[in-house]
Design a protein around this ligand. Structure first.
Ligand SMILES: [Zn+2]
Length: 417
């Protein structure tokens, strides 16, 4: 049995000790002194739940900066999909490692991925110690003749996932309603329902894609997916920027989780009027993601939180829009709940996914409001220590293997770009 003790940490403005047994927060109290195998000194630091990045394409860190100032369809068809023809499993392995390194450094302990070479991505996440959802990607570019091969590979990947550690979860990645054939949408819906798998997809990201669906099928993308029985509580829908008002109650009724990715939406110029209040008030669970580094260039959840709140306040001309106390939930507990993981909160009985924030610097001085300083004043360099699944992945900003990851990426990216 493994015991880890975090001593003298500030939690909700009170000095506390946190005792972790294996991967669970066993006790929170004062002056706890069991014979722990490892003690982390928390003096001068605040404990926060690890962030849950609900939408990314982790290995695309290897393409960071590949193409700027492009629209989504130009970016996808003329840059990303041709480049991905040169992608190797080795690139995905090291790209995912780089993503994990960046996420650990910025306080993320769990991510919902969607990319190629699933087994390499999973292996990288496992070695780096992060919690993750790893989908098998379904993207047939509307060509139903590819379905047999995709189905065979998907079932094989699902069976292999039995050997993964518990903190890595298998899912189905349905790229989008505009890139996946009707046959595969139906198959994915049935497969996910029978196996109780999560489904991670892109939904109504751009105006043009949304309109095209209406023109072709006489239905919005939301209604189109629903016609295959694909919308259910296991569905994690990224973007949802152009969801029709009348579809919001349908998403609520089906229990779909919505993932807001503001930096990617702004940069690709897909839009910014995410209907946060409307989703929340209808009872739709809202979460946050960064998207991949080829579009939004980093995986920084603190930056995502800040931009999300600023844009909501700005376009609504309402300073109370996306308030601080809701913002932390969007980046932690909401995502964990959507993924069916007992994480995202620092309470006894929860999984030990915790970041320690160093407040001994100008960004937290004066420290009148810790959460306001964290989101609006600091940047992720304030994250000092990260614990995931009860294991210390970073202490005093040091992550094991960092140098090797940077070296391997610098060797590999030239073969891709
Ligand atoms: Zn995406």
């Amino acid at each position: 049995m493994n015991r880890l003790l975090i001593k003298n940490i500030l939690l909700d403005v009170k000095k506390r000790d946190i005792l972790i047994r294996d991967n669970i927060i066993e006790k929170i109290g004062s002056h706890l002194s069991p014979d722990a195998e490892r003690v982390v000194e928390g003096k001068g630091k605040y404990a926060i739940p690890g962030f849950v990045n609900m939408h990314t394409h982790a290995a695309m860190t290897i393409m960071r900066g590949i193409g700027e100032d492009l629209s989504l369809m130009d970016w996808l068809h003329n840059l990303i999909w041709p480049t991905e023809k040169r992608l190797t499993s080795e690139m995905v392995y090291w790209g995912t490692k780089l993503a994990c390194l960046e996420m650990i450094k910025s306080g993320t302990t769990c991510f919902n991925d969607q990319y190629w070479y699933l087994s390499e991505a999973q292996k990288a996440a496992e070695e780096m110690g992060l919690r993750s959802v790893q989908p098998f990607v379904i993207l047939d570019l509307l060509d139903e003749s590819r379905s047999e091969k995709i189905i065979e590979e998907c079932i094989e990947a699902y069976e292999k996932s039995d050997s993964w550690p518990e903190r890595n979860t298998f899912a189905i990645g349905v790229h989008s309603p505009y890139s996946v054939s009707a046959k595969m949408l139906k198959w994915a819906a049935d497969f996910a329902r029978e196996r109780n798998s999560l489904v991670h997809l892109h939904l109504s990201e751009t105006f043009a894609e949304n309109q095209e669906c209406i023109d072709q099928h006489g239905m919005t993308p939301t209604q189109y997916l629903d016609s295959f029985g694909l919308l259910a509580p296991n569905v994690l829908a990224a973007h949802c920027l152009w969801i029709d008002d009348k579809d919001i109650p349908l998403l609520a009724k089906r229990g779909v989780t919505v993932i807001h990715n503001i930096n990617s939406n702004l940069k690709i110029a897909s839009g910014y009027k995410f209907k946060y209040n409307e989703f929340r008030d209808a009872g739709v669970r809202v979460t946050l993601g960064t998207d991949g580094c080829a579009s939004s260039n980093n995986l920084d959840m603190l930056e995502t939180m800040k931009t999300s709140a600023l844009i909501q306040k700005g376009w609504r001309r309402d300073p109370t829009a996306m308030p601080l106390n809701e913002l932390l939930d969007l980046a932690t507990i909401n995502g964990a709940t959507a993924l069916g993981i007992r994480s995202g909160k620092i309470e006894e009985g929860y999984l030990a996914d915790i970041s320690l924030v160093d407040v001994n610097n100008y960004a937290f001085t004066p420290n009148i409001n810790f959460l306001a300083n964290l989101v609006y004043s600091a940047n992720s360099s304030c994250i000092d220590t990260v614990i995931c699944d009860g294991r210390v992945l970073m202490e005093r900003r040091e992550v094991q293997g960092e140098e090797e990851i940077l070296k391997e990426i610098n060797r590999l990216y030239r073969k891709l770009i």
